[in-house]
Design a protein. Structure first.
Length: 454
C-alpha cells in the first residue's frame, strides 16, 4: 500500500469516474501504448472501466483499494499542490499552506491524535495515528518535504534554518469557528527530519467518566471515588492505556469552587480551568521533588500526582493521603495486584499503605467494533472494521480484609485467592463481557490484556 501514491499517474487516474472505479474495485496506475497498469483485488472487474489495451495488474486487498479510492479527492488535490509547488520558482507558501490545511482538516475529521510527516530516503510519508494505531495515508516525492518543514517551523515560531537539532513548538488553527491547538516536535534523522504534530483537541482528555466506555460496575466504583474525602487512589497500566484520561475525568467530577485541586504533571498537556496545574521543569529547578516538598503548604484538598516514580513521590503521596487529602496518582504496573507488589518494591510502609490506599484501578484501551459497519469495513473506520476505543478495567477496592492483608504483607496469590470469592472482576473478565455484548473482539481483548510492560 505504501508505494501506491508514488507510482500513480494522478492526471490519468483523474480521467476516470470515481464511482465506477469503486464499483469495479480498480485503481488505475498509468497507461502506455501497450498496457493499462492497475491495482486490483479478487473481486475486481477491470473491463468495466477500461477495455482499450492489455492489462497489467498488481494485487491489493479489497479494503486497501476502497480505502484509497474513498479518499481520492484529497489525494489528487495534495498531488496537484505538490506539483504546483515544484513548478513555482520560489518556495510558494500558498500551496504549502493549502497542503497542510488539508492534512489538518483530515486529522480532525478522522479523530487522529497525531500527524506524522517523515522524510525517507526517496519519499515523504504522511501517517495518522487513529485510536492508537498508525496508518499510512499519503506518500509523495521527497522534494516537497523541506518546504513543508520550513512552513511548519514558521507557523510554530521555530528557527527555520535549524535542521540539525530537535525543536518543539505549537500553533493554533481555526476550523469551523473553533480553534484547534497543535503541538509540534521536529527531530533530525539520517534522511532529513521527522515531524510529529499532536492534535491536542482530539485526545480523549476532555471526556467525562460516562463517555469513556467503562462497564457499569466500573462506572459505579469510579463514581464512589469522586465522593472520597481523603486517601490514595492509584491508576495503573502501561503507557498509552488511558491512565491520564481516567485521572482527568475523575478530577473533573469534583467541585472546583469548594475544593483546592493541585496537579503535578510532566508536562501539562491539557489545561483545566480552576485547577492549579504545575508543570514540572527540572531545567529551572522546579523538579518533582521540589514541588512535592512544598505542596501541602498550598492547603490542597485534592492532589493529582502525574506519576509515582520513586520512593520519595510515594512517601509524599502516603503522607498527604494520611493527613486528610485525597491523592490521585498513576503508577506503572500491569494490573491491580501487581500494583501492590510495585508499592512494596518501592518500600512503602505497610501500615501507611493499608490505612490510606482506597482503590487501585488498572486499565487498557481496546478497539471497538465499528458501529457504522459492524466489522464489515467502511469509510468511517478507514476500512479497518474498528472505530474508537473503550476501556477495559478492573478496580480493586481496598476493603478491611485486603487492607489487613496489605498490612500483614501477604503474598499476591493469597490476595488473589480472597478476591475469587468477592465480586472483583478482572480486566480479562471485563473484556470477555465486552466481547459477549458485541463491543469488541476476543483477539483484541487478549492482545491488550497481555500487553505487559513491566
Ligand atoms: Zn466501519
Amino acid at each position: 500500500m505504501k508505494i501506491i501514491n508514488n507510482v500513480i499517474d494522478y492526471s490519468f487516474l483523474s480521467s476516470f469516474d470515481i464511482k465506477e472505479l469503486i464499483e469495479a474495485l480498480v485503481i488505475p496506475i498509468r497507461t502506455d501504448s501497450i498496457y493499462f497498469v492497475c491495482f486490483v483485488c479478487g473481486e475486481s472487474n477491470v473491463s468495466k472501466v477500461y477495455t482499450n489495451s492489455l492489462i497489467k495488474s498488481y494485487e491489493l486487498s479489497k479494503e486497501e483499494i476502497l480505502f484509497f479510492l474513498s479518499d481520492i479527492k484529497n489525494r489528487v488535490k495534495l498531488f496537484e499542490l505538490v506539483l504546483k509547488s515544484k513548478e513555482s520558482e520560489n518556495i510558494n507558501h500558498t500551496f504549502i499552506e493549502e497542503f497542510l490545511d488539508i492534512l489538518i482538516k483530515k486529522s480532525i475529521d478522522l479523530r487522529a491524535s497525531d500527524i506524522h510527516i517523515e522524510s525517507l530516503e526517496q519519499s515523504m510519508v504522511i501517517r495518522f495515528r487513529i485510536d492508537g494505531t498508525l496508518k499510512v495515508f499519503y506518500v509523495f516525492g521527497k522534494e516537497f518535504f523541506s518546504g513543508l518543514s520550513s512552513f511548519i517551523k514558521l507557523l510554530s515560531k521555530l528557527d527555520i534554518t535549524q535542521i540539525r537539532l530537535p525543536q518543539d513548538g505549537r500553533f493554533t488553527k481555526k476550523k469551523e469557528k473553533k480553534n484547534y491547538e497543535f503541538r509540534v516536535s521536529i527531530m533530525p534523522t539520517i534522511n532529513g527530519e521527522s515531524i510529529v504534530i499532536r492534535v491536542l483537541d482530539n485526545v480523549n482528555i476532555k471526556k467525562n467518566i460516562e463517555d469513556l466506555g467503562f462497564s457499569n460496575h466500573i462506572y459505579k466504583n469510579l463514581k464512589n471515588i469522586t465522593t472520597l474525602k481523603d486517601g490514595l487512589v492509584l491508576v495503573s497500566g502501561p503507557t498509552g492505556s488511558g491512565k491520564s484520561t481516567t485521572l482527568y475525568s475523575l478530577i473533573k467530577e469534583f467541585d472546583f469552587e469548594t475544593k483546592k485541586i493541585i496537579t503535578i504533571e510532566d508536562p501539562v498537556e491539557y489545561k483545566i480551568s480552576q485547577v492549579q496545574q504545575i508543570h514540572v521543569n527540572d531545567n529551572i529547578g522546579l523538579g518533582f521533588k521540589t514541588v512535592l516538598k512544598n505542596i501541602l503548604r498550598q492547603d490542597p484538598d485534592i492532589i493529582l500526582i502525574g506519576e509515582i516514580r520513586d520512593k520519595y513521590s510515594l512517601d509524599i503521596a502516603l503522607e498527604a493521603s494520611l493527613t486528610g487529602h485525597l491523592v490521585l496518582a498513576s503508577i506503572h504496573a500491569n494490573n491491580s495486584i501487581e500494583t501492590l507488589s510495585r508499592l512494596i518494591d518501592l518500600k512503602a510502609d505497610s501500615y501507611l499503605l493499608s490505612t490510606t490506599l482506597k482503590y487501585i484501578i488498572s486499565q487498557r484501551l481496546v478497539l471497538s467494533i465499528c458501529k457504522y459497519c459492524n466489522k464489515n469495513a467502511c469509510e468511517k473506520c478507514n476500512f479497518t472494521g474498528f472505530f474508537g476505543r473503550s476501556s477495559l478495567c478492573e478496580i480493586l477496592e481496598i476493603d478491611n480484609i485486603v487492607s489487613s492483608m496489605i498490612f500483614e504483607k501477604k503474598q499476591k496469590y493469597e490476595i488473589n485467592k480472597y478476591l475469587e470469592n468477592t465480586n472483583f472482576m478482572s480486566m480479562l473478565a471485563d473484556g470477555k463481557d465486552k466481547v459477549k455484548r458485541g463491543f469488541t473482539t476476543i483477539d483484541e481483548v487478549y492482545k491488550v490484556v497481555s500487553r505487559n510492560e513491566i
